[in-house]
Design a protein around this ligand. Sequence first.
Ligand SMILES: NC(=O)c1ccc[n+]([C@@H]2O[C@H](COP(=O)([O-])OP(=O)(O)OC[C@H]3O[C@@H](n4cnc5c(N)ncnc54)[C@H](OP(=O)(O)O)[C@@H]3O)[C@@H](O)[C@H]2O)c1
Length: 496
Amino acid sequence: MGTDLDFVIFGFGGDLSRRKLIPALYELYVSGIVNENAQITALGRKDYSSDDFAELIEEAIREGKGNPPLEFIKPFSALFTYHKMDISSKDDYQGLRELLDRSKASKVIYYYAISPSLYTEVSENLFSAGLSEEKEGQKVIAIIEKPFGHDWASSIALNNDLHKFFKESQLYRIDHYLGKETVQNILVTRFSNSIFEPLWNRNYIDYVEISAYESLSVGNRIGYYDNAGALRDMVQNHLLQVLAIIAMEPPVSASADCLRNEMVKVFQSLRPFSDGDVKRDVVRAQYASTSLGPGYLEEKGVRPLSKTETYVAIKCYIDSWRWSGVPFYIKTGKALKSSSSEVVIHFKDNPHKIFSENENLSSEPNQLIIRIQPDEGMVLRIGMKIPGPGFNIRQTELDFHYSDSKDLRISDSYVRLISDAIHGDPTLYQRSDAIELTWKYVDPILKAWKEDDSIPLYSYKRGSWGPENAELLLSGKENSWRIPCSRMDSQGFCSL
Ligand SMILES: NC(=O)c1ccc[n+]([C@@H]2O[C@H](COP(=O)([O-])OP(=O)(O)OC[C@H]3O[C@@H](n4cnc5c(N)ncnc54)[C@H](OP(=O)(O)O)[C@@H]3O)[C@@H](O)[C@H]2O)c1
């Protein structure tokens, strides 16, 4: 029987391949989505003995977070072929061509786990070797990692370059946030339940928070991060994708085209920033040292006097009938008090309060909290009567944790995304127009920060919730940030 899948990893020896790709492919092998008829070709510059190579695969699987059964490691490792080559050298592609010609798989997937500076060169080399073209009965795709460009112009240039060597339908630009079950569950919550959609607009929603807090500092990705910062690293891609899913109109169907068209419409409706808006609606900051560790500027590898932001908060508006006047606050940062990503939908308050004169025990606006990670799940905060005389009210939570359902297991987002690529489903991958629009949106912020020295770069304490100045963005006096909290104590209060 011939090979039905050729999965080619560019950058096999790198961090992404070890931490994400190999464990994800193993999980797909255990579930049968990758089977004995697959060939996984690992490309790299190093020499490995066959023992070292097998050990590397086994270690990656054991260190992976999915906790899968380990008895399939041997047959899974047998699917791998290591091929030493310099992926920048055109001549070296002859050997790869021979390998792939031999297997004649019906599906070829190239995974670019390499520096973005190599994306165009590798694509051109594949094209020149005749390896990017789809032949009769064969599908060929390239999965491309973020960052996809570093500003609007470079994202357009990269799309133009890649389109010389691949058709758009062959390009799968990965954003692992879209592979998260909890992000996809936002779609299900909105479009499979009839109770939310009527309320999902400016008439009932006061404001929306989308936050991704990380307790880790920049770690060993300083070289990349110091040239990127929080806006490029988190907002342009992950958090704007989440915003699009929260804000999109109901699609006609869940097909790739319908969903991606609706997401693009949200990006087209984002109100563009002018220079003055950046000063007013965007707060950037860097972490400073505390007893928990050094400040950003003292981290090894950071450029002296680097102005790279490790925290950013943005007030966004979507100019559409549905969202007119509703602020969306996006916040993300590193070296914060704890790690948590969530969306909070803040509903409007009651127009008229009839219960309780005691303002501490009266109704409060409802919140729907979608926990993306950790402790994936969802909470609806509602007012309940405190038993006893009168109508005193306490906020309580209808709280769902995926972890409480023993039969539901959440895999890493790479498992879902690679599985979709194998099945030829691009729904959760980003289209070229979406990428360019999200860069177009953040571009004026990058430009203003670069050109206007009067825009402050605030400081926040390592281990805090970020700079106090972020609260300057809050529009109404009633608006406030939610402190993330995954579990409530027995009294119903946040245990943080
Ligand atoms: N790591 C993450 O958590 C993460 C998260 C999101 C996105 N990404 C993206 O994923 C991509 C890979 O990241 P990474 O962290 O895995 O990078 P990495 O650890 O630096 O790995 C890159 C790999 O590419 C190989 N390589 C470079 N030039 C080569 C050449 N000419 N011929 C053959 N192999 C070559 C390197 O081989 P050598 O070992 O021989 O140098 C290395 O194994 C990047 O685009 C990154 O932005 C990574």
